[in-house]
Design a protein around this ligand. Structure first.
Ligand code: PLP
Length: 358
């Protein structure tokens, strides 16, 4: 990952360009089309993902630029285990007649049977790992099958981050990130990104961003860039914490209760090891039901009881609590590991388990 230092104009940090309009003859014309601070961020994310990046106001802004710009002759095949915001947006657009939506279940994805009726120009959008079930899908295999049908492959790689996985290198056409999560890493800013290889597709996303107005502020782009500088080292610690937690929880509550991309008993372990450098910083635990899960979360002291993931602070939440999460197991608690010392997190997890008699 090390690279020669980027030479910004004045020093190691870029300027925050606070301009809604630019003088004639400058590279930027109007603040909704381009901004020099976004471009620095796009260059960095593009370099990590090996593609051309457009940044957006949020992960949902990036997703909406793809889904919301589809024509009615294109079908969106959406993984059933996608993030609830993605499902809710797609269902809303479907309901008002603006999107031809078809869901693909995990087994239909693995067997690629969802592609049976697919037509060229359709899009298949999935997460790997998925949030919060943490299912892993074989991106290369899916990309080859989709290519045969002329279907574009879009991967939401938010949970992996570009440090652990690069979907474009595995054959995907479009990569989506919520920059709100590990890339910015401090739970203090929202952002999104789309990364592609095709120049026309890149221009298309930038046009949609401009016309939909889903733009990040220059200050937010600066904060995300600042977070990005420490992404690799933060991920190292967060992943180590998640791995250690997996071992403790495996011994304490057993294999069946855990969801993790590098789960040692998972059928997907070989795929995960091929396409991800590690199992990531998010782990889900499935308790008996909502009461036990709530009691566990309430007994934690170091983990913050809050939604989101990928920040420097560890977070815990029972997902089915949210609107749109009715299909998630009522006892599923998602743990997002931060960078705290492992011994502190371990003590917290063990005493919370003890507190609920496990
Ligand atoms: N994709 C995934 C996998 C997410 O978990 C989220 C948010 O939790 C999003 C996209 C949406 O991102 P944002 O909250 O930045 O709009």
């Amino acid at each position: 990952m090390t690279r020669t230092p980027k030479e910004y104009l004045h020093g190691p940090n870029p300027a925050i360009s606070l301009n809604a309009t630019y003088y004639k003859g400058q590279r930027s014309v109007y603040g909704r089309d381009t901004n020099p601070t976004w471009e620095y961020l796009e260059e960095e994310i593009g370099r990590l993902e090996n593609g051309l990046c457009s940044v957006f106001a949020s992960g949902m802004g990036a997703i909406a630029s793809m889904i919301g710009g589809m024509s009615k002759s294109q079908r969106l095949y959406l993984a059933r285990d996608s993030y609830n915001g993605t499902r809710r947006l797609s269902e809303f657009l479907g309901k008002i007649g603006r999107l031809d939506l078809a869901y693909a279940t995990p087994s239909e994805i693995r067997e690629k049977t969802f592609l049976k009726g697919a037509r060229p120009g359709d899009i298949f959008f999935f997460e790997s790992p998925s949030n919060p079930e943490l299912n892993v899908y074989d991106i290369s295999e899916i990309a080859s099958a989709c290519k045969e049908s002329g279907v574009l492959v879009a991967v939401d790689s938010t949970l992996a981050t570009p440090i652990l996985q690069q979907p474009l290198n595995l054959g995907a056409d479009i990569v989506i990130h919520s920059l709100t999560k590990a890339i910015s890493g401090h739970s203090d800013v929202l952002g999104g990104a789309v990364v592609v290889r095709d120049r026309d597709l890149d221009a298309d996303f930038k046009m949609r961003r401009s016309l939909f107005g889903a733009i990040a502020s220059a200050q937010d782009a600066f904060l995300i860039l600042r977070g990005l500088k420490t992404l690799e080292i933060r991920m190292e610690r967060a992943v180590a914490n998640a791995n250690s937690a997996f071992e403790v929880l495996y011994d304490r509550i057993g294999s069946e209760s855990l969801r993790y991309p590098y789960h040692r008993d998972s059928d997907e372990l070989a795929v995960a090891k091929t396409q991800m450098k590690s199992g990531g910083s998010v782990l889900s635990v499935i308790f008996e039901g909502s009461a036990q899960a709530d009691a566990f979360v309430d007994s934690l002291n170091i983990f913050h009881r809050a939604t989101s993931l990928g920040g420097v602070e560890s977070l815990a939440e029972r997902r089915a609590f949210h609107k749109g999460e009715e299909s998630t197991h009522p006892g599923l608690v998602r743990l997002s590991f931060g960078v705290e010392p492992w011994e502190e997190l371990k003590g917290d997890l063990l005493s919370a388990l003890e507190g609920i008699g496990l």
